[in-house]
Design a protein around this ligand. Structure first.
Ligand code: ATP
Ligand code: MG
Length: 334
């Protein structure tokens, strides 16, 4: 039976990349109503890089508010934080024993995040994709809406599911599909067209935060790196121009148009004209979300109730799947 799972880390404030690559599509998937949807604030992933405990608390609640403000309805989707459901960690350990070291060593996110000093990063950062496989498979999820950057991890999840099933001679875990669609599956940094926009990037000017006000959004777009050429007549004219391409993609995703339509509309115009139009569009689409987020943040107890209720629902699905996995592996008492 089809089921949707996806997660976001409370490792900082939400960005436009998270919104276009993930949240907006989570809401659309929920509203299609053809598959049950489970959305998770993955706090255990966030601590693979040290987090100040108070900030983690706040970021978890703020992210929950961000989900709801972006259209995730906790009465239609299951919405909870990862650490509240023990099955993630339990199955995660089993998957640490299924995944091969060589598979993990090929993960590009680890290489990017570890940088040159990989001796000094946490073991958890390295094991991250095995825990992510557990996040997905502990619900027997079949569809995983993510941004382009998570494709490799979902493919690793498929490999883990297949290897578990082979190793134990069972057909227990489904082999899930990444769902990567839309005009902005990889929103790039506003400062560097070769780097993705990230909530953990040290430069605030590299990203648009969902909590940025209109002035901040306008300023960041105005200062976004571009080349001196005007917008081209056709999409092909954006080749080799990653920064220009990025701004066109963002415009397309926010307006619901295709990148080709956006290029046709602004053909031959300067960025001095395009950027203010993009800023207006971004403010128009994002300000209702940030207003709703601040409203929700005024009642943290209500947010905690929503998460606790979601965790109960999630646990009811995860617990029997973990128990069965333990039995398959040969654990006494499961
Ligand atoms: P971090 O820098 O801490 O890794 P992040 O911004 O990459 O934070 P994640 O929590 O790792 O956010 O990812 C949450 C979801 O957002 C994933 O589905 C991921 O693919 C998507 N996503 C993240 N950044 C982008 C981006 N720049 N463009 C499109 N989707 C993105
Ligand atoms: Mg990330």
């Amino acid at each position: 039976t089809p089921r949707v799972f996806s997660g976001i880390q409370p490792s900082g404030g939400l960005t436009l990349g998270n919104y276009l690559g993930a949240l907006k599509r989570f809401g659309e998937t929920q509203d299609r109503g053809d598959m049950p949807t489970i959305y998770c604030i993955v706090d255990m992933h966030a601590i693979t890089v040290w987090q100040d405990p108070e900030k983690l608390n706040r970021a978890t609640r703020e992210l929950t508010a961000g989900f709801i403000a972006s259209g995730i309805d906790p009465t239609k989707s299951i919405l909870f934080n990862q650490s509240a459901v023990p099955g993630h960690a339990q199955l995660g350990w089993i998957f640490n024993c299924v995944a091969r070291l060589g598979w993990m060593q090929r993960m590009t996110q680890f290489k990017d995040k570890a940088g040159k000093n990989s001796e000094n990063v946490s073991l958890g950062l390295f094991a991250y994709p095995a825990l992510m496989a557990a996040d997905i498979l502990v619900y027997h999820a079949t569809h995983v809406p993510v941004g382009e950057d998570q494709k490799q991890h979902v493919e690793l999840t498929r490999d883990i599911a297949i290897k578990f099933n082979n190793d134990y001679g069972v057909e227990f875990f489904p082999v899930p599909e990444p769902v990567i669609e839309g005009a902005a599956t990889r929103v790039m940094s506003l400062r560097d067209g070769t780097k993705k926009m990230s909530k953990s990037d040290p430069s605030d000017m590299s990203r648009i935060n969902l909590t940025d006000d209109a002035d901040a959004i306008a300023k960041k777009i105005k200062k976004a790196k571009t080349d001196p050429e005007p917008l081209p007549e056709t999409l092909e004219g954006l080749e080799g121009r990653p920064e220009a391409r990025n701004l066109v993609n963002i415009y397309a995703a926010l307006s619901g148009k295709t990148a080709a339509e956006v290029v046709a509309e602004y053909a031959g115009q300067q960025f001095g004209t395009f950027k203010p139009a993009l800023a207006d569009l971004a403010v128009d689409r994002l300000s209702p979300i940030s207003t709703e987020m601040s409203r929700l943040m005024q009642d943290p107890a209500e947010i905690d109730r929503i998460l606790a209720h979601g965790a109960e629902q999630a646990n009811a699905i995860a617990e029997p799947i973990v128990r069965r996995a333990y039995q398959i592996v040969g654990m006494v008492g499961a």
